[in-house]
Write a protein of this length. Structure first.
Length: 263
């Protein structure tokens, strides 16, 4: 079994840009392309495992679609990771720690990928600014190191931080796990959440493994830890894995509210 630390859930920036002009944010593959985006800021305001041979693109995800999750086509009329001219830059930061920019005694803004250094950077930031309580997630493509991403997520929860996706904000892939880690969670009506399946270092995706493989337990356990009951944890995991690794499905604030409580 491949260790969960080998999983990569991040953003394809360039490989599909010519084809998917309206959805340029995807999971990262073998080639890494770094881009710089300039923003202008405005404030917003007991898992059970299925039997052998089943997979996680099944009734759980289909059921949720029937119950009213936003269809991908419906979101075509709205933003698909197309930053507006009024959405935030990280502003005049007091200090920067990797993807984190401290803007005042209570607030830190995040933009960029989670790397293996992110947990250490987050810890250093809290040591220097112990009163931080609000994490605004501006443009968060995902993780380059999934093990580090889950370590960071649990650190966010232990710190009792509120996670916020402000107006025009976008969290995708592993960054969705970070938002879920908030002790309270907020999202503007136009916030977007991009999900897709994980893939391991051999290119195998979640649904290439039997549903009773222990590899799935880490995510199911994490979602339970962040407040989902067993049924919602399985349904959310099924929903993410229903979209291939090299694609993305965009969910709305209301979609996310079906799984976790928002404030």
């Amino acid at each position: 079994m491949v260790s969960p630390s080998a999983f990569v859930r991040t953003l394809i920036v360039a490989a599909f840009a010519a084809i998917l002009a309206f959805a340029p944010a995807h999971a990262q593959q073998v080639v890494t392309v770094t881009t710089t985006v300039t923003w202008t800021y405005e404030d917003a305001g007991e898992e059970t495992v299925a039997d052998d041979g089943a997979n996680y693109v099944d009734e759980d995800a289909a059921l949720l679609d029937d119950e009213g999750l936003a269809e991908d086509a419906d979101l075509g009329a709205t933003r698909r990771y197309a930053p507006s001219a009024t959405l935030a830059t990280l502003g005049q930061a007091k200090a920067r720690f990797g993807p984190f920019a401290v803007v005042d005694a209570n607030t830190v803004r995040m933009a960029g990928d989670v790397t293996s250094n992110a947990p250490r950077q987050f810890a250093a930031m809290l040591a220097a600014f112990p009163t931080l309580r609000r994490l605004e997630m501006i443009d968060c493509p995902g993780s380059l190191d999934e093990e580090a991403n889950l370590i960071l997520a649990r650190a966010i929860r232990r710190a009792g931080m509120e996670t916020v996706v402000p107006s025009g904000g976008s969290v995708r892939s592993g960054a969705v796990e970070l938002w879920l880690a908030g002790s309270t969670r907020r999202a503007a009506p136009d916030a977007e959440f991009g999900v897709h399946s994980w893939a391991d270092e051999y290119g195998r995706e979640a649904n290439d493994y039997p549903a009773n493989d222990p590899v799935h337990a880490e995510y199911l356990s994490y979602y339970r830890e962040m407040g989902m009951d067993a049924a919602k944890a399985r349904a959310f995991y099924a929903l993410t894995n229903a979209t291939p690794f090299d694609d993305v499905r965009y969910l709305t604030r209301d979609d996310m509210a079906r799984f976790v409580t928002l404030d």
